[in-house]
Every structure is written in C-alpha cells, then in structure tokens.
Design a protein around this ligand. Sequence first.
Ligand code: NAG
Ligand code: NAG
Ligand code: NAG
Ligand code: NAG
Ligand code: NAG
Ligand code: NAG
Length: 452
Amino acid sequence: MTTRLKFLQTLTVTVLALYGTAGAQSRGGGAVTSGPVGRNICDTCACAPDNLIPLTVNCTCTKTKLLIVREQDTVVLSSVRDLTLASCGFVSLPSSGLSSSTSLTRVTVRDMKLFHYTAGLFPALESLSVEDVGELVLDGFGPANRTLRHLTLRRSKVIRLVKGTVTAAAPLRRVLFDRVEVDEIESGALDMSFVSDDNNGQQAASDGFTVVDSTIKSLQSSAVTVRSGAVRILNSTLDDMASGAVVMDDAHGGIRLSGNRLGAMVGDSLSATRMDGDAAVYVDGNAFRTLPADMQLLRSERPAEFVGNDVDNVDLGPFFFGLGAAVRASDNRFTCDCDPRHISVLKINQVFPGLLQPEVDSRFATLLANNYCRQPANTTLAGYRDLLVREIVCEGANVTAVQPPQSSTAQSPPSKDTATTNRGNTVATATAMYATAATVVTSLLLRNLSVS
Ligand SMILES: *[C@@H]1O[C@H](CO)[C@@H](O)[C@H](O)[C@H]1NC(C)=O
Ligand SMILES: *[C@@H]1O[C@H](CO)[C@@H](O)[C@H](O)[C@H]1NC(C)=O
Ligand SMILES: *[C@@H]1O[C@H](CO)[C@@H](O)[C@H](O)[C@H]1NC(C)=O
Ligand SMILES: *[C@@H]1O[C@H](CO)[C@@H](O)[C@H](O)[C@H]1NC(C)=O
Ligand SMILES: *[C@@H]1O[C@H](CO)[C@@H](O)[C@H](O)[C@H]1NC(C)=O
Ligand SMILES: *[C@@H]1O[C@H](CO)[C@@H](O)[C@H](O)[C@H]1NC(C)=O
C-alpha cells in the first residue's frame, strides 16, 4: 500500500470520527428522533420512487461532502437497483461490502478525488461507471466476478490495475477506458471474456474492449486478455508493453490500433489467435518508437492493413520480408538514414542481382514505391534507394546488419493461428516464398558485406 493511500485512509478515519461527533450532537439536539438507527441513506441521498423501498438512490453530496453508508442502510439498499455516488469528498462504505444489495446492478461514481472499490463491495454489480475520479483504487469485483457486464472508466486515474481485477468468469459486453491514465497493468489484471447478446446471438459493433485518448505506462505480460470481443486502441499512449502484454483470442469484430503513440514493444506484445474470417486487423496512423520487425499481427495469413504509420526505428529487411501475403502496407513513413538496418535491404537488388524471385521482387518493389521516408519529406523508399545507389546519400556506407535478429524472425512460422482458414495454394506459396526470401536475405545481411 502506498504511503499516500495510507495517509488518505488515516485522513478519512479522522474526518469520519469528527463527523460522527457532529452527527451525534445534531441527534442530541432532537432534529432526528426516529430511534437508535436514526438517519438512513435516504435522508442524505435522493431515493426514488420512495424512501421505503427505493429503486434508485442518487447521492450527490450537495448537503455535505461526506457520505457514510452504515450497516443499517443495507436494508434500504437491498431493493435498490441503481446507485449514484457523486461529488463526495469522502465516502465510507461498510468494510464487508453491501452483501445484501443483491438487486444493485448499476453503480455510477462521479467527480471525486479518491474512490476505493473494495472487493465484494457490490456483490451483484453488472455495470460500473467511474467518471472524473482523481484516484481510483480497484481491488477486484469479488462475487460480481460472475455478473459484471459493463465497465466504463472516464477521465480518471488508476495507479495500478492489479491481478484478478476482471476475471474470465464475467459475462462482459463492454469495457471502455476513455481519457484514463494508468501507470501499470499487472499480469492477469484484465482477463476478459466477451459474450454475445442473448437476444440475437449477434454482437453489437461496440462490444469488446476500447481504449480511447488514454495513457498506459506499463503493461506486464498477460496484462490484458480479450476473448471473443473487438479490440480498439485509439489515440492513446502505451509506453511499455512486455512480451504477451495484450493477447487477443478469437477477436470477433476485429482489431484496430489507430492514432496511438507506441513505445517499447516486441513482436508479440500484441498478439492475436483464432480470428474468424470477417475480422480484420487495422494498424494505422500510429507513431512507433520501435516497430518490432516481427510484429505478430502483420505476419499471419489474415488480411491486415498497416497504413499511415510513422516509424522511428525498425529493421526494415526482416519487416518487409516477414509481412504476411495479405497484409497491405502503404503510406507509412520510415526513418531514412545511413543505419545499415534501414538501408541494407534497399540495396539488395544492387548487391545481389537476381536474388529475389520475380513475385517477391514485385511485391518488394510495390512496398518501396508505396512507403515513404520521414525525411526527406515525400521521398518514397524507392526514391531513397535511388539516392543510395547513386551514392548521393550515405556514400561508402557499409551494408551490414547491426546484429542478428534475436528472434530469428525469418525462420519462424509466419502464423501461429490454429484456425486460420486455408486461403488456398496461392497464399501458401507466396508465404513460403517470402519466408524463403527472408531467410536468404537475413542470412546474407548477417554477414559483413561492403558495397563500396
Ligand atoms: C442525481 O441528482 C442530480 C442532481 O440533483 C441530477 O442532476 C441527476 O440527474 C440525478 N441522477 C439520477 C440518476 O437520478
Ligand atoms: C473472483 O475471481 C478470482 C479470480 O478468478 C477468484 O480468485 C476469486 O475467488 C473470485 N471471487 C469470488 C467472490 O468469486
Ligand atoms: C483520434 O484523433 C483524430 C485526430 O485528432 C480524430 O480525428 C479522431 O476522431 C480521434 N478518434 C477518436 C476515437 O477519438
Ligand atoms: C509533400 O506532398 C504534399 C502533398 O502532395 C504537399 O502538400 C507537401 O507540401 C509536400 N511536402 C514537401 C516538403 O515537399
Ligand atoms: C565501414 O566499415 C569499416 C570497417 O568496419 C569502417 O572502418 C568504416 O568506417 C565503415 N564506414 C561507414 C561509413 O560506416
Ligand atoms: C562483423 O563486424 C563486426 C564488427 O565490425 C565483427 O565484430 C564481427 O565479427 C563481424 N562478423 C563477421 C561474420 O565477420
């Protein structure tokens, strides 16, 4: 536990103690005389349709910044379906959770500095919406493990999402992070299984896991698992993704990574298995600090778009020759400098004329014509290749590989998909050809070869 958290808890206890005294005094004054139980939650919160058997409780903390839900309130709360807690300075809930609130399925928490969701707090929760919370501490959902369907976090900060926050037992529909800041997602924190709408067996377009305009500093291995749902990561910053950080299994509705800033990652930081025929992969408009040459999403036989990305650093040879046959890569901007990892492959036809088989060569030519240098602006890779060959740039540069790719990308099978549909011999042949070419190219590039 952080010292800050401890401090806040101490403060809470202190403030609650003071409040308790004040409450006792006001009761002593005779304002509330309904026996030892005294005030109930409907005295401080708006209860509808009535205060006896309310269905909706709206606590906006307008009268006082403190909200104390006592054990005796659980009787009133047992009928409630919808609870809103908003703008409270401090909220105190029974430490054992509201175990008899078995009808309480929708909870909204808004506009607070700190909210601590202790495990088991709302045992039948189906929908949790957290908005404008300065620090959300989420211990997990306890028995609501098996009922949680919607989780929405907006404009909030979470220091750490701990292991077991969402488990595979939850029948999820939608999980949304919108303008959320997360420092760390631990291994096994978001283990999410999405289920179809019971009514028609069809999933709505919005079903799945969506991250928008958010910042996640670190994702450990297996931090996020998404089963049977769409995955959308949009306009967000992901600083550091471990191997296996995001695992997508059977991603109905596809995978979209658009407009993100992506920091440290490796080939399988994002990986997909068992995608059905209609699901597509879009990776567009992202800024990659280091694009892994063996990015798993772009190496399988499934169709994918890799378009309009800005790439700081990639080992271009293994990247291009490892691309799946149905992957379209165009309008990306790569760093064009004299680093052998960026230029060796561009000169391959000059250094090894006739090495590439015609089909591979034609694909390669298309890739060079459709992708660009970041600088000089508007120069295609083919254009840069011509500058290299004419030695207008990088005169005397050595065509050497800096290091053998550790993952020996070229040799690894292009797809781990177990259920990839057989798209016929053309694709298989092309894929085999790319793999062969990549093996040859990589092995050649690994030697220290000088072109000058
Ligand atoms: C709760 O109360 C606030 C302020 O009175 C109101 O704006 C809001 O619509 C209410 N919400 C619900 C769910 O009743
Ligand atoms: C919730 O799920 C976790 C992980 O599967 C499990 O350890 C925990 O016992 C579950 N809690 C309840 C109350 O079912
Ligand atoms: C992402 O950012 C782009 C450019 O600022 C904007 O056009 C787009 O609507 C944004 N997408 C989302 C989902 O916010
Ligand atoms: C690059 O091309 C675009 C569109 O053709 C043009 O607007 C832009 O001015 C060009 N930039 C440079 C540096 O030539
Ligand atoms: C090329 O390699 C040789 C020997 O390793 C080295 O001396 C030379 O500086 C290199 N040239 C460039 C441009 O990096
Ligand atoms: C390639 O060059 C590096 C550094 O110049 C050297 O350490 C390495 O032994 C060379 N490799 C081969 C296969 O010659």
